[in-house]
Write a protein that binds this ligand. Structure first.
Ligand SMILES: CC(C)(COP(=O)(O)OP(=O)(O)OC[C@H]1O[C@@H](n2cnc3c(N)ncnc32)[C@H](O)[C@@H]1OP(=O)(O)O)[C@@H](O)C(=O)NCCC(=O)NCCS
Length: 342
């Protein structure tokens, strides 16, 4: 059985290099019959391959698929045969490191379509395969070709709006997963896993290979690699430390029913039902005073020793400045109304 499959409509630059690919219906663990038809009609042999398919190949592919149970992919292939843009049929036999832009895009789609969870797909080396592009109101444009396109637009009385210059596009231009609200769509990158019931407010951000399991209010930043458990909220401008640059190698996550206060931050994974006081940043080496119910000091530990432990309340003592940790007695009650219309 193969790992993934996708029929994608893409963009290329003037040198016919892939810029980006949109897969409307990516498939995880595709049926063998789909791959077999790709072998017979598209010249696929084995391994991981992104095949740039001609209209004739796509018609033959669609026709052969018509006599299988793959009706949705057959219909998509039929439409793709009429595309004015280049079409990539990407087959990943295994989840090996990607070797082409269409392969990376298929993996990012698997995440945003919730077919795989963050850390569930191999993404090493993807930065080298994702071109830095101008994301415009006329689609992705190679940066070398941008000045000419801007001039052309002006000559025709239009303005080419460059919405971002980045290796990753915004997720919602590729997929809007069911049951989410995203106030500012530019703040969620393709490759984010946004669980059903998640609200991302304007200040919230979700990077690729990161996301939320389910109902969550995200007003802070979910860095690459970070996963937020069901019922947990990230307060305004709060921060979760990523592992991409100098963040160490502890993978940060947040358990269920946690609250990261406004402007708070974590460099350790939190277990379930934890609260971090607004404004407090806990790094893994932060010395933390453990207090008992009467606020007496029990011992001083490093925050990393409390990683993934449940029912903790972290605060910075406003009189002494010491970071303290107590049992979290106040259950985090999510604002039901706030989440009701997700
Ligand atoms: C840390 C936090 C959870 C504590 O809230 P709480 O559990 O309701 O605690 P209270 O404010 O009722 O305080 C309980 C006691 O601890 C004391 N206390 C609270 N924070 C303290 C601090 N940082 N240092 C010293 N004492 C503190 C209070 O004065 C109070 O003392 P008392 O028993 O003598 O009256 C809260 O301050 C907080 O930061 N919440 C985050 C909210 C947020 O940012 N939401 C996201 C919005 S976008």
């Amino acid at each position: 059985m193969s790992f993934a499959f996708g029929i994608g409509i893409g963009s290329q630059n003037q040198k016919s290099e892939w810029l980006e690919v949109f897969y409307q219906q990516p498939v995880l663990m595709p049926d063998d019959e789909l791959i077999e038809v790709a072998r017979n009609t598209l010249g696929y042999h084995s391994g991981n391959q992104a095949i740039e398919a001609s209209a004739d190949q796509l018609k033959a592919f669609a026709e052969a698929l018509g006599s299988t149970s793959q009706t949705q992919q057959a219909a998509l292939a039929r439409k793709a045969a009429e595309s004015r843009k280049p079409v990539a049929v990407t087959i990943l036999e295994t989840d090996d490191s990607a070797t082409s832009t269409p392969e990376v895009y298929l993996k990012l789609h698997l995440l945003s379509h919730r077919l795989v969870k963050p850390h569930g797909v191999k993404l090493d080396g993807i930065f080298g395969l994702l071109p830095n592009l101008a994301w415009t109101n006329e689609g992705a444009i190679d940066l070398g070709e941008l000045p000419e396109r801007q001039l052309q637009a002006r000559l025709e009385g239009r303005i080419l709006e460059v919405k971002s210059v980045d290796k990753f596009p915004q997720m919602t231009d590729y997929v809007v997963p069911r049951g989410v609200r995203i106030a500012d769509t530019a703040r969620v990158r393709l490759g984010a896993y946004v669980g059903e019931g998640t609200t991302v407010m304007h200040e919230g951000f979700i990077n690729f290979n990161a996301g939320t399991e389910g109902t969550s209010m995200i007003e802070g930043r979910v860095s690459a690699g970070v996963m937020i458990g069901k019922g947990s909220d990230l307060g305004g401008s709060s921060s979760t430390m990523g592992t991409l640059s100098g963040g160490g190698n502890i993978v940060i996550s947040v358990g269920e029913n946690c609250l990261l206060g406004a402007n708070a931050g974590i460099g350790i994974p939190l277990g379930d039902r934890c609260t971090v006081e607004a404004g407090l940043y806990i790094t893994s080496g932060t010395k933390v005073a453990l207090l008992d119910d009467q606020n007496n000091l029990v011992e001083v530990v490093k925050a990393r020793d409390l990683a993934s432990k449940t029912d903790l309340l972290f605060r910075r003592n406003s009189q002494t400045g010491a970071v303290e940790c107590k049992t979290n007695k106040t259950a985090v009650e999510l604002n039901e109304q706030l989440h009701a219309n997700n």
